[in-house]
Ligand binder design. Structure first.
Ligand code: ZN
Length: 491
């Protein structure tokens, strides 16, 4: 009897299997077929980069969260703007000259410059990273070459910002990017407008000699009080907001959203750094377009190194006053040999544990940090890391297995793939995904997770995130269908 029961169960089971449609094989399942196509790019000994380029150019990429506005515009565009203004280029320094007269070296128009191939190529090398690696020429250290570019195009970058934002938007749409969170600029309030020379000196000195969070807080209370009671401070913040709202007109559409961070420059004096941060926090509070605050410029600069902990304490103070304002911090954009070993011990740790950063930009020196183990735990729980592979390779010389990406990924720290300065680097977000895939071979599911992270860890409101996420779901359906079709056509 038991045998019969067993037999009938087997019959039933086989009948059931016979009636059931074949379980989804990868080729019948668009997501599976897309994943299989991605894996196919690794079948040869060398990853098929061309196919990865195609794959990631088409793939929806969600948001680019570590994005500098002026560093994202290509030098060619800046030259067009110089031409529009009837400005010139100095053929010795390759700097912008706004008017004739007083020059010590020959100046040329943009058309004359472009007509001279040697001059034009030289300018492109100084205004971006172009041709830095592919032939021998006199050149600066890569980090200097990179950061110096901003000095060349800064006279023109803000004037055409509304045009620039549209160029960035169009480029994003062309490579299936739905959201950009761009670091735009300082608010532009100078501390010297509110404090006399002696006061500036005194506050800079006292801030640099403050050894505890409490001492820093007491000084920042005094500085903030001056700004709070002076109407001109909030008026200047409001002017910045109004101007940005004008420039932003027409940028947001059904399938594209752009938001902005403002920042302080970490190589400036402490009073100016705090002024920029406070103004930035106020701007976030007064406009939904400005969603976060950051701190930028080379982290290995002498002032940046000496004032690092002070800057983190400034954020700590501001977080206590304005906990609702998110902030992402450039931290750990350093490596061995670039600075003294003691400087590698604590930057990401303090950015998270003192400054309470919601996101870490770069985070490259992780492996050298003294508290790296507890830091990983903290980051996994409370923050995300913005990974910028092209930028890290160029500025720091850190790439491949030396990059801490693998540690962050294995530990489960939320990862976001971003560009940093795609105009200077002459790359784009798709290229960053190609580098990620070809170097580290994460699964397609993991890559999709990073794409969704770029919305989930953005500084959009919950409602905005839900909207962009829903768009992303639809875009992935289309993409996976296309990749499934492509896979069938490839031999
Ligand atoms: Zn950056």
């Amino acid at each position: 009897m038991r045998y019969l029961q067993h037999l009938s169960l087997l019959v039933l089971l086989s009948l059931f299997i016979g009636c059931t449609p074949t379980p989804n094989l990868p080729q019948n399942d668009d997501e599976g077929a897309t994943s299989a196509l991605y894996e196919r790019t690794f079948e040869a000994n060398i990853p098929n980069i061309a196919l990865q380029n195609l794959f990631f150019t088409q793939m929806p990429k969600g948001g680019d969260l570590h994005h500098h506005y002026s560093g994202s515009i290509y030098a060619e565009t800046y030259l067009e703007w110089v031409k529009n203004n009837d400005w010139f280029i100095d053929t010795c320094s390759f700097k912008i000259v706004k008017a004739k007269g007083g020059e010590t070296c020959k100046i040329v128009t943009v058309d004359q410059l472009i007509a001279d191939d040697t001059l034009y190529r030289k300018l492109l090398m100084l205004w971006s990273d172009k041709d830095f690696d592919n032939h021998s020429h006199n050149q600066l250290p890569p980090d200097s070459n990179f950061f110096n570019t901003f000095g060349y195009f800064s006279p023109i970058s803000d004037q055409y910002m509304d045009v620039g934002l549209n160029i960035i938007k169009q480029r994003a749409l062309n490579e299936n990017v739905s959201y950009i969170e761009s670091m735009l600029s300082r608010i532009g309030i100078n501390s010297s407008e509110f404090f006399n020379t002696d006061e500036v000196k005194m506050f800079n000195n006292e801030l640099r000699h403050a050894t505890t969070q409490e001492e820093v807080n007491a000084l920042l209370d005094r500085i903030s009080a001056v700004y709070t009671r002076n109407q001109a401070f909030s008026a200047k913040v409001q002017n910045f907001v109004t101007e940005l709202e004008r420039r932003h007109e027409g940028i947001d559409t059904a399938n594209f959203t752009m938001r902005y961070q403002t920042y302080a420059i970490r190589v400036l004096d402490p009073l100016q750094v705090y002024t920029d941060l406070l103004a930035g926090y106020k701007a976030v509070l007064s406009s939904p377009l400005i969603v976060g605050v950051n701190i930028v410029a080379p982290e290995n600069n002498t002032v940046a190194i000496n004032d690092y902990t002070l800057h983190m304490r400034m954020f700590n103070y501001l977080v206590s006053k304005y906990p609702q304002v998110p902030h992402s911090l450039h931290a750990g954009e350093l490596t061995i040999g670039m600075v003294e070993p003691k400087e590698l011990l604590f930057h990401i740790t303090q950015a998270r544990k003192i400054a309470g950063a919601n996101r870490i930009g770069h985070g490259v020196d992780l492996a050298y940090e003294k508290e790296s183990l507890s830091l990983l735990k903290e980051l996994k729980e409370y923050a995300a890391v913005e990974i910028n592979l092209t930028s890290n390779e160029f500025i720091l010389g850190v790439a491949g297995s030396e990059h801490p990406y693998s540690i962050y990924a294995a530990y489960g720290v939320p990862i976001i793939i971003s560009t940093d300065d795609s105009g200077v680097s002459r790359a784009n977000l798709s290229h960053e995904y190609v580098l990620l895939a070809s170097r580290y071979h994460p699964s397609y599911a993991t890559i999709k997770k990073y794409v969704y992270n770029s919305i989930d860890y953005s500084f959009l409101t919950p409602a905005e995130k839900a909207k962009v996420r829903a768009q992303l779901d639809k875009k992935f359906v289309v993409f996976e269908k296309e990749m499934s079709t492509l896979a069938k056509s490839l031999k």
